[in-house]
Design a protein around this ligand. Structure first.
Ligand code: HEM
Length: 498
């Protein structure tokens, strides 16, 4: 009877709001295509194709029992993230995904708990920005130290920059979060050290997290149960990796809490943990928020750098342009924050990299009550659609950023100059850092760090060449998406006279 009543209520809601159904895509076809696309590492492009052939908004299901709404309509995305923000949440799926690794915190909480986390963390971000350029330099120097030697004949250093960027962002993020004495030194430390054990465990859980999560959903639950029983007889590497991550951080936080509270001194280097500890001394809360921010900020920035150098290695014209801008802005001088912010070519390059290769290429929210989205229903796709309480809505930023109606007929071409066009105003059509109330807190921090590293590499090296046989960018999807082939390049050092 309760089900019938809900059904009747839903019908009345649909009629009252003039909702029409969006196109449906068969579950069977959906699953088959996805398996094929995952195997060929073209899962994201498969979605681009779907939105182009089905519609900007459609409904389908995979292993979930209820259909999911998929959309790349900026009006719908705006409704989810801003206008009707309070009627959507990250939901259980995100919590199940994140909690074993990070515990509750800003990146995984909803409602009041999220508001609390955001209020605790937000004030720190402005301070983080200004004070951190010297930290970037320290870790950039470590990256230079970790480079292999140059070939004696050609003078080129052949290297995959991706692992170096991932180590550098781990080290520099940990320094900002935990302070210089407790920071990781994964670029320099030997195998078996806490830095490397933490990094390996942290990378492992992120790689496995989606696969693990899929067995906990809809029709997959029975298989998950059987798998769980089978796994119980074996060593659970995922849980072991989570334990490693937690125990290393637990020790650090406890050591930190044993120290006397420092007096506020504006001239001292900014440390996230010290600032947070002014509001809470709860070791679990401190650890969870540190892990949440690390999870949000480390891989994303490293992926942005990797993807950008993947392109630079294939585009000598862009390399030359950034080189000239760097020379004109700084010569051999260490970059400063204000000048960095005003580098047009650097800004265009990073914007274009984030457009075509967003590190967070898809995202999801769950409706907390019956609600409508403004577009996608009916034959012309212009009518509102009904989203049932508890229904999931997925939006694909990767596909949104390739929409020809927003970015023009060359939307899938890497062309940083497009950002000079005053007519290009993508609004909700460009959201690499998300939008609305949950917009990324680290956006400026990430862009400053990426610009800094870009400029410093330009200052140190005069030439870049591609050393990867694969011509096209291929996806590597884990919690953050990056170039599957890394950024295999050859770099030639510049000789400065002064
Ligand atoms: C290129 C680099 C980055 C990209 C592309 C990026 C992207 C994003 C996206 C898409 C979200 C929204 C996630 C969601 O609500 O589902 C987000 C949230 C967040 N990001 Fe970033 N991020 C980057 C760097 C950073 C950095 C460096 C930090 C911190 C140092 C950071 C801290 C956060 C935090 C704390 C949130 C959660 C905000 C909230 O839910 O209130 N991010 N980021």
């Amino acid at each position: 009877f309760k089900r019938l009543q809900t059904w009747l209520n839903n019908r009345a809601f649909v009629a009252a709001h003039g909702c029409q159904s969006p196109p449906r895509f068969s579950r069977f076809q959906n699953i088959l295509q996805q398996i094929k696309a995952i195997k060929s590492h073209s899962w994201l492009d498969m979605w681009v194709e779907r939105y182009a052939t089905i519609a900007k908004t459609f409904e389908s299901a995979t292993v979930s029992i209820n259909p999911i709404i998929f959309t790349i309509d900026p009006e719908n995305i705006k409704a989810i993230l801003a206008t009707d923000f309070d009627k959507f949440e990250l939901g259980d799926r995100r919590r199940k995904l994140m909690y074993p690794v990070t515990g509750p915190g800003i990146f995984s909480n909803d409602g009041t708990a999220w508001r609390h986390s955001r209020a605790l963390i937000r004030p720190n971000f402005t301070k983080m920005l200004i004070s951190d350029l010297s930290t970037f330099e320290t870790h950039f120097q470590h990256l230079l130290t970790a480079l292999p030697p140059a070939d004696l004949h050609s003078g080129f250093i052949e290297v995959d920059l991706m692992p170096l960027f991932f180590r550098m962002t781990l080290d520099s993020a940990s320094e900002t979060l935990l302070g210089p004495t407790m920071a990781f030194r994964s670029q320099l430390d030997p195998p078996g050290s806490a830095s490397l054990r933490f990094m390996e465990a942290f990378d492992y859980v992120q790689k496995k997290i989606h696969r693990r999560n899929i067995l906990d959903r809809g029709y997959m639950k029975p298989f998950g149960l059987i798998y769980g029983l089978w796994r119980a007889t074996k060593k659970d590497e995922f849980e072991e990796a989570c334990t490693t991550v937690h125990s290393i951080l637990d020790n650090m936080i406890l050591e930190f809490l044993r120290r006397p509270v420092k007096v506020l001194d504006e001239s001292r280097k900014y440390v996230f943990l010290e600032e947070m500890a002014r509001n809470t001394r709860d070791p679990i809360e401190l650890k969870s928020e540190v892990l949440n921010v690390l999870m949000a900020g480390r891989d994303t920035t490293a992926a942005l750098l990797t993807n950008t150098f993947f392109m630079l290695a294939r585009r000598p014209d862009l390399w030359a342009r950034i080189h000239t801008e760097t020379e004109e802005s700084f010569g051999g001088k260490t970059p400063d924050y204000e000048t960095l912010r005003n580098m047009k070519q650097v800004r265009n390059l990073l914007s274009e990299s984030l457009r075509l290769y967003p590190p967070v290429p898809f995202n999801a929210r769950t409706a907390t009550e019956n609600i409508t989205l403004p577009r996608g229903g009916g034959t012309d796709g212009q009518s509102p659609i009904f989203v049932k309480k508890g229904q999931q809505v997925n939006y694909h930023v990767y596909c949104l950023h390739r929409s020809p109606d927003i970015f023009g007929p060359d939307a899938d071409v890497f062309r940083p100059d497009r950002w000079d066009d005053a007519g290009l105003r993508p609004g909700w059509g460009y959201i690499p850092f998300n939008g609305g109330a949950r917009i990324c807190l680290g956006q400026q921090f990430a862009l400053t760090k990426a610009s800094y590293v870009l400029v410093r590499i330009m200052q140190e090296f005069e030439l870049i060449e591609n050393r990867d046989a694969e011509p096209e960018w291929k996806e590597q999807i884990s919690l953050v998406t990056k170039s599957r082939n890394g950024a295999k390049v050859a770099l030639k050092r510049r000789e400065r006279k002064n």
